[in-house]
Design a protein around this ligand. Structure first.
Ligand code: HEM
Length: 247
């Protein structure tokens, strides 16, 4: 199955309209700055915060996961709230989603800035070795009861974000324990070793940039090596094909 076939399959499974993202359709764009630890120069970033499922007409309470795609000057870091992925290849994702409709949620997030976001893949960091990257909240927000969340506006997470800004997320590298499966994005790691890499201040909501950043999980700066797992390259090709399809 090539990237185009994956896109066709995803369109069938998600039922999303042409012109929308097949996943992560509803998103808010935010302008911010990232400052590397311990004393880096602040660099401008643009982030898009989104919900995985539900399309533009869905309710934020029903989106299974939330994501953040961040465009740095020389890097795209794309993360979501699931700590591991469900399958090892892009081709397997279509069958997985078809066979596993989103579960009936019992809780929903209270706000984008109270969640932890995971890279799932391990990246090779100069000086640190292979590591998963994670955005951590300053204050963890307790989830809302699902019925309470469903009583809020369908785009309540995005409305809440406007009120929550400015806010911040911290970037951490999680280094694997010797027994952790470093290059398997479906494997949980036991490691609790976290190195703080810097902070992203999210300043204000902006209109979608024109042209929009073409997020690519393999757009990496020097000093960061691409993941060795098969999923990362598969994602890169699918994102390109999905963008071409939605025009
Ligand atoms: C086989 C694996 C995957 C496939 C096939 C896939 C597919 C897609 C597709 C089709 C889109 C919409 C692209 C567009 O129209 O611009 C998307 C967006 C996105 N995906 Fe994935 N995805 C995969 C894995 C992941 C993983 C592992 C993460 C997180 C670590 C992730 C996070 C995101 C985010 C945050 C967006 C929204 C990007 C934006 O705001 O433009 N995806 N994905």
């Amino acid at each position: 199955m090539n990237a185009d076939d994956v896109v066709t399959g995803l369109a069938e499974v998600t039922g999303q309209c042409p012109g929308q993202r097949l996943l992560h359709a509803r998103g808010s764009w935010v302008r911010g700055v990232f400052t590397a630890a311990p004393q880096g120069e602040p660099v401008p970033v643009v982030a898009r915060l989104s919900g995985t499922r539900g399309g533009l007409d869905g309710h934020d309470a029903d989106s299974t996961d939330q994501g953040i795609a961040v465009r740095f000057p020389d890097w795209d870091l794309i993360t979501f709230t699931a700590p591991v992925f469900f399958v090892r290849t892009a081709a397997e994702l279509v069958g997985f989603l078809a066979a596993n409709p989103p579960p009936e949620p019992t809780a929903a997030p209270a706000g984008f800035l109270g969640l932890t976001y995971h890279s799932v893949h391990a990246f090779g960091l100069d000086g640190l070795g292979w590591a998963r990257l994670e955005w951590h909240p300053r204050v963890v927000a307790d989830p809302l009861d699902i019925e309470v969340a469903r009583g809020l506006a369908p785009d309540y997470l995005h409305r809440d974000l406007t009120a929550a800004l400015p806010g911040a997320l911290d970037l951490y590298a999680r280094l694997p324990d010797p027994d952790d499966a470093v290059h398997d994005p479906t494997a949980e790691w036991r490691s609790t070793t976290l190195i703080r890499l810097g902070a992203m201040e999210l300043l204000e909501i902006i209109d979608a940039p024109v042209p929009e950043p073409e997020f690519d999980p393999l757009r990496l700066p020097s000093g960061i090596q691409a993941p060795l797992d098969e999923l990362a390259a598969g994602r890169s090709a699918v994102y390109r094909a999905a963008r071409a399809r939605r025009g």
